[in-house]
Ligand binder design. Structure first.
Ligand SMILES: C[S@@+](CC[C@H](N)C(=O)[O-])C[C@H]1O[C@@H](n2cnc3c(N)ncnc32)[C@H](O)[C@@H]1O
Length: 350
């Protein structure tokens, strides 16, 4: 039994919503633990296509135009909302000061439905954005509407994925649940590298980069015998042109650089990797793997859209580790047991 299988029913009976859903990284993680999605919102038509194909549901569009009352009741609100500045200008910070931002929509929906838990994710520099005021406003707003708040920057590379992706994860829990301390998962530091997840050469020929301004520094290529001593991070072995954005080459014995929704250069969005003697980008399916999506995840869009979607998404494996932390938080696990017994009782009386 894999580590997560033990928890496959742990959220059974709980309902969640998936805001700024993208391709459903949160949904994949939540459903794998038995939770039921009752509403999703994503306005990008290409991401909607991937979402529909994988979850059988077309997300609603622009969240700013959806009334909170039109969203079903739920226990957990998931949101990887875009990072925007708040216009605080030295005044008090809180709910009203977030108006006009997408975080305001998270807060107004939470304020209406009062879900037990908010599970959110954002870019690493959300922590220091606007000298820390953005994060401070988020925390104060959530405190004001009845939540305790915890956050931490975690790197997917430290949780079993060959992907250097640092993101801030935020958990807000209703004050009535009286959670004194929420502990984010400790890193697993599993040894893993890109080579563990790459596709066979026959399936990746179209991603090879042919340039005559490529330099590989043989002395930097890690020895296979040292594999276990590699740092679980990207290992740079070469350069294209001047080594600018999308022009750095990495070893497949290290990790992928952060997948990104934007970015140029020959390795745009995925980076360039020396794999079986050739330099190439990662195929969309490899991007799905380094983000921890399941093998059966469908990719019904162009490569360009797929790279963008995986670059915008969230490391599913890290979300699952955080869910285990949520499930095993004592004040929460007792509620989950009650939910289960409530469901059992409903079944028994049906
Ligand atoms: C950082 S991505 C989140 C990705 C998601 N966590 C996933 O697993 O793929 C933010 C998403 O919010 C969507 N978005 C931005 N503004 C929106 C709005 N007003 N209504 C609905 N979706 C919006 C974007 O299209 C983008 O896909």
């Amino acid at each position: 039994m894999s580590y997560f299988e033990e928890y496959s029913d742990a959220l059974k009976g709980l309902k969640f919503i998936d805001l700024f859903a993208g391709i459903g990284g949160f949904r994949t993680a939540m459903e794998s633990f038995g939770a039921e999605c009752v509403f999703s919102s994503e306005w990008d038509k290409h991401a909607q296509k991937t979402y529909l194909e994988n979850y059988g549901e077309m997300p609603e569009g622009d969240i700013t135009t959806i009334e909170a009352e039109d969203i079903p009741a739920h226990d957990i609100l998931c949101a990887g909302f875009p990072c925007q500045p708040f216009s605080i200008s030295g005044k008090r910070m809180g709910f009203e000061d977030t108006r006009g931002t997408l975080f305001f929509d998270v807060a107004r929906i939470a304020n209406h439905h009062k879900p037990k838990i908010l599970f959110m994710e954002n870019v690493r520099n959300f922590e220091t954005h606007d000298n820390g005021n953005t994060l401070k406003t988020v925390k104060e707003t959530l405190n004001e509407i009845g939540y305790d708040f915890w956050c931490k920057v975690l790197n997917a590379s430290d949780y079993g994925l060959p992907h250097n992706r640092e993101r801030i994860f935020m958990i807000a829990i209703r004050k009535e649940l009286n959670v004194k301390d929420f502990k984010f998962p400790i890193p697993t530091y599993e040894e893993t590298c890109l080579r563990d997840i790459i596709l066979p050469d026959e399936e990746t020929a179209q991603y090879i980069i042919n340039r005559n301004d490529m330099t590989i520094d043989e002395s930097k290529i890690p020895s296979e015998t040292l594999l276990n001593k590699l740092p679980n991070r990207p290992v740079r072995v070469g350069t294209i042109n001047k080594g600018g954005q999308g022009e750095r080459i990495y070893s497949d014995l290290g990790h992928a650089i952060t997948l990104s929704a934007q970015g140029g250069g020959p390795g745009s969005k995925t980076g360039c990797y020396l794999i079986n003697g050739k330099v190439r980008k990662l195929a969309p399916k490899e991007c799905a793997r380094v983000q921890g999506f399941p093998e059966g995840f469908k990719i019904p869009v162009s490569d360009g859209q797929a790279w963008k979607q995986f670059g915008n998404s969230v490391p599913v494996t890290v979300l699952k580790h955080i869910l285990v932390s949520i499930i095993t938080t004592p004040e929460i696990s007792s509620i989950l047991e009650n939910e289960e017994s409530l469901e059992d009782r409903e079944l028994a009386t049906a």
